[in-house]
Ligand binder design. Structure first.
Ligand code: FPP
Length: 250
């Protein structure tokens, strides 16, 4: 096990009591393409630059005490991008997991995959499953890699599983509750999202974790993903603490 490496600037997380730290942070890594375009580089160079941002954020999450991060690494809608970019992102996801796995394990990070297997490259699934197996006992933080993930696809797949249970008489329709839906999602153990962040200034969720984010606080940040650091996360957590979370209560 190793402790997180401090940020090169020497920055330390704000001191907040435990109840002020979001348990689960969902992250939409947006703006890689624009970051690359500003520099006259291909979009893929932006994705490459975005890798360091994700793993700096993970170290900063551990430092401040966040227990779960969900990263939107490839969506079920991203197949609509150019064949070249899709091919790049598939290989990139596989290589990022492979490259970072030992270090994540050292940090005590548990890696999980949430997503649809249909269409996803087998080499990506193999790498994700290897990561899940190696890190299954880690408890410092859980990193949900959402690869070939779409919130609507997740609900469709859950409905199909529930319909099969009904067909085989293992369940009756009046027994369906929120718990039944949750149990049939890709990763039933994913906790409710407390803080949902998106970089690049776009203010939408783009089909990311809709079931899990119903009471999430949304923080949209005007920074392109490759420029994100753990300090961006800490700032978002300070914003989160200005919010009044009522969960429907008066
Ligand atoms: C969602 O916005 C963004 C994603 C699904 C992430 C795309 C992948 C990367 C940025 C690669 C980064 C991966 C790693 C491992 C560092 P969208 O662009 O699908 O949504 P929109 O079309 O609504 O803007």
């Amino acid at each position: 096990m190793r402790k997180p490496t401090p940020h090169p600037s020497g920055a330390k997380p704000p001191k907040l009591s435990k109840n002020l730290i979001p348990n689960h942070v969902a992250v939409v890594m947006d703006g890689n393409g624009r970051w690359a375009k500003q520099r006259g580089l291909p979009r893929t160079a932006g994705h490459e630059a975005g890798e360091a941002a994700l793993f700096d954020l993970v170290e900063g999450a551990i430092e401040i005490g966040v227990k779960e991060i969900s990263a939107f690494a490839f969506s079920t809608e991203n197949w609509k991008r150019s064949p070249e970019e899709v091919k790049f992102l598939m290989g990139f996801n596989r290589d990022v997991i492979r490259r970072r796995l030992d270090d994540m394990h050292e940090l005590g990070v548990r890696v999980r995959w949430a997503g649809r297997d249909r269409k996803l490259w087998k080499s990506v699934i193999d790498e994700l499953e290897r990561a899940e197996k190696l890190t299954v006992k880690n408890k410092v933080l859980t990193l949900n890699m959402c690869v070939n993930y779409g919130g609507q696809a997740e609900l469709v797949d859950a409905m199909q599983k529930i319909a099969d249970l009904i067909k085989s008489k293992k369940l009756s329709p009046d027994q369906i509750t929120e718990k039944t839906i949750l149990a049939n999602l890709y990763e039933p153990k994913i906790q409710p999202v407390d803080l949902f962040i998106r970089s690049s200034g776009e203010q939408r969720t783009s089909n990311f974790l809709p079931w899990q984010s119903v009471y999430a606080e949304m923080v949209f940040m005007d920074v392109l993903w490759p420029d994100v650091t753990r300090k961006t996360l800490w700032k978002a957590i300070e914003e989160y603490n200005k919010r009044d979370r009522r969960f429907g209560k008066a």
